[in-house]
Design a protein around this ligand. Structure first.
Ligand code: SIN
Length: 405
C-alpha cells in the first residue's frame, strides 16, 4: 500500500489500515517515560515541532513505578571512574565501555538538569542530596525522592515541564508501524488513537525523525514489576521496520519482589534494592542469612547474583519465596525512608516493622533492545531509540541498579 507524504512516496509496513487523518511534525517521540519526555523537551528546546504519542496517559509508563533512584557520582570521594568500574562488573564483561563512559560522565549534570526542570530529590538538613547504596555499588551514589518514590517525582516534574512547554501530546494512542519513504528513510508513524479527542481512529504523524522510547517488555513474563503497558511494542515495531535489535536475552530479574502467593501474575509490588542498601538482610524461613559467604557484597552483590542465589535457595528448600528482614529499621525509619513500600506491604497484610517480608525474583528490566549508537541512532535512517527499549550496550548483560532513570 502506498500513500503520499509531503511529496514523497511513503510505504506503510505490513497491513496497517489507511490513515484517516494526518499531522506533520519534525519529530515524533513514541512513549512518555523519563527517556521520551526528556527527548521531547530537548527537541522542543532545539526548535523542532515535536509530537509525543503515548499508549496510555502521559505518566502511565514504568518511570512512575521506579523506587530506588538515579545513580550518579555526586558524593564526596566518588568519581565517574568508580561508577564506571561498578557498571562494568555488573554488566558481566559485556558492556560497551564508551556507552558506560558517556553515562557516568554525563550523569551528574543530567541529575542537575532534572533538578532545574523541577524535580525535588531528598536532601539532608544541610541541603546536600541524600545518597543511598544499591546492589553492585561500592559507594553511596543513588539520588532518591520522597524516600522510595523517585520515579513518581521525576515523572511529575517532566510531565509538568512538557505541559508548560506546550509540547503536542497524543494520549491513548497505539503506534502501529513506522512509515518509510522510497529510500527507506523514516517518514513518521501510523497510530490508532483510542481516546476521545481531536483525532481518533487510525491516523499518521508524518515526520522525518521518530524516537522510540516505549520502555520494556516485562509483561511477556508471568510475574513482573512492570506496569501493564510494558509489552515490548517498540522492539516489535523496530523489527517490523527492519531495525537491528540485540541482547534481548538479557532480561534482568529483580531479586526482591513482594511474594503475594503462588498464583500471583502481572505487575507485582517492588521492594526496592535501597531497602537492602540501608541494611536489610535476606533470610530463609529459619531466619538464616544465605548471602553471607556467597559474595563479598553479600545482599548488595550485583542483581543477577542475588536473584540467582535466591532462586537456588528456594530450590534447595523446596519453597517459592525467601524473606527480606528489615525489622531492625524500626517504625520511624520505615515511615520516613520507605513510606510507599510500607504502605503497599501493609495493604497486603504484611507489616515490615514486625515481620520479614516474603520476596521472590521477578522480571524487571530489559537490558537489550533496539541497537543504537551513542547518538541514539538505530540502523534505520531517521529512527532513534532511547531508554529501556534501546540497546546502546551501556548495561551489558546485567544493568547496575539505578543506572536507568
Ligand atoms: C529498585 O529500587 O530496586 C529498582 C531500581 C532499579 O531497578 O534501578
Amino acid at each position: 500500500m502506498t500513500a503520499s507524504a509531503t511529496g514523497t512516496a511513503t510505504r506503510i509496513c505490513l497491513h496497517a489500515p489507511a490513515p484517516g487523518w494526518s499531522i506533520d511534525a519534525d519529530v515524533v517521540v513514541v512513549g512518555s517515560g523519563v527517556a521520551g519526555l526528556t527527548a521531547a523537551l530537548r527537541c522542543t528546546a532545539a526548535g523542532l515541532r515535536t509530537v509525543v504519542v503515548t499508549k496510555a496517559r502521559l505518566d502511565d509508563g514504568s518511570t512512575r513505578w521506579a523506587q530506588g533512584g538515579i545513580a550518579a557520582a555526586l558524593g564526596e570521594g566518588d568519581t565517574p571512574q568508580q561508577h564506571l568500574d561498578d557498571t562494568l562488573v555488573a554488566g558481566a564483561g559485556l558492556c560497551d565501555e564508551s556507552a558506560v563512559r558517556a553515562l557516568v560522565t554525563e550523569g551528574p549534570d543530567a541529575v542537575r538538569r532534572l533538578i532545574a526542570t523541577g524535580a525535588h530529590f531528598d536532601t539532608s538538613s544541610t541541603g546536600d542530596l541524600q545518597l543511598t547504596r544499591e546492589g553492585g555499588h561500592h559507594r553511596r551514589r543513588i539520588v532518591h525522592a520522597g524516600g522510595d518514590a523517585t520515579g513518581a517525582e521525576v515523572s511529575r516534574a517532566l510531565v509538568e515541564a512538557v505541559r508548560a512547554a506546550a509540547v503536542r501530546t497524543i494520549e491513548d494512542a497505539l503506534v502501529l508501524d513506522l512509515l518509510t519513504d522510497a529510500q527507506g528513510r523514516t517518514a513518521g508513524v501510523t497510530l490508532h488513537v483510542m481516546g476521545e479527542g481531536q483525532h481518533d481512529g487510525v491516523g499518521a504523524v508524518r515526520a522525518p525523525a521518530v524516537v522510540l522510547a516505549t520502555g520494556g517488555m516485562g509483561q511477556v513474563f508471568s510475574a513482573t514489576t512492570n506496569p501493564s503497558v510494558a509489552t515490548g511494542d517498540g522492539v516489535a515495531l523496530a523489527l517490523r521496520a527492519g531495525a537491528e535489535v540485540s541482547d534481548l536475552e538479557f532480561v534482568q530479574f529483580h531479586p526482591t519482589v513482594l511474594f503475594l502467593g503462588p498464583g500471583a501474575a502481572g505487575q507485582q509490588p517492588l521492594i526496592s534494592e535501597a531497602v537492602r542498601g540501608e541494611g536489610a538482610h535476606l533470610v530463609d524461613a529459619r531466619g538464616t542469612r544465605f548471602m553471607l559467604g556467597r559474595h563479598e557484597l553479600a545482599e548488595l552483590a550485583p542483581r543477577d547474583i542475588v536473584a540467582k542465589a535466591i532462586t537456588r535457595q528456594m530450590q534447595l528448600d523446596g519453597t517459592d519465596h525467601m524473606y527480606l528482614d528489615a525489622r531492625h529499621f524500626g517504625a520511624a525509619m520505615w515511615e520516613t525512608r520507605f513510606p510507599a513500600i510500607l504502605a503497599v506491604c501493609r495493604s497486603h497484610g504484611i507489616d515490615p516493622v514486625t515481620e520479614p517480608i516474603p520476596v521472590f525474583p521477578a522480571a524487571h528490566h530489559a537490558s537489550g533492545g533496539v541497537r543504537t549508537d551513542l547518538r541514539g541512532r538505530t540502523t534505520v535512517p531517521g529512527l532513534y531509540a532511547c531508554g529501556e527499549v534501546a540497546c546502546s550496550g551501556v548495561h551489558g548483560a546485567n544493568r547496575l541498579a539505578s543506572n536507568s532513570l
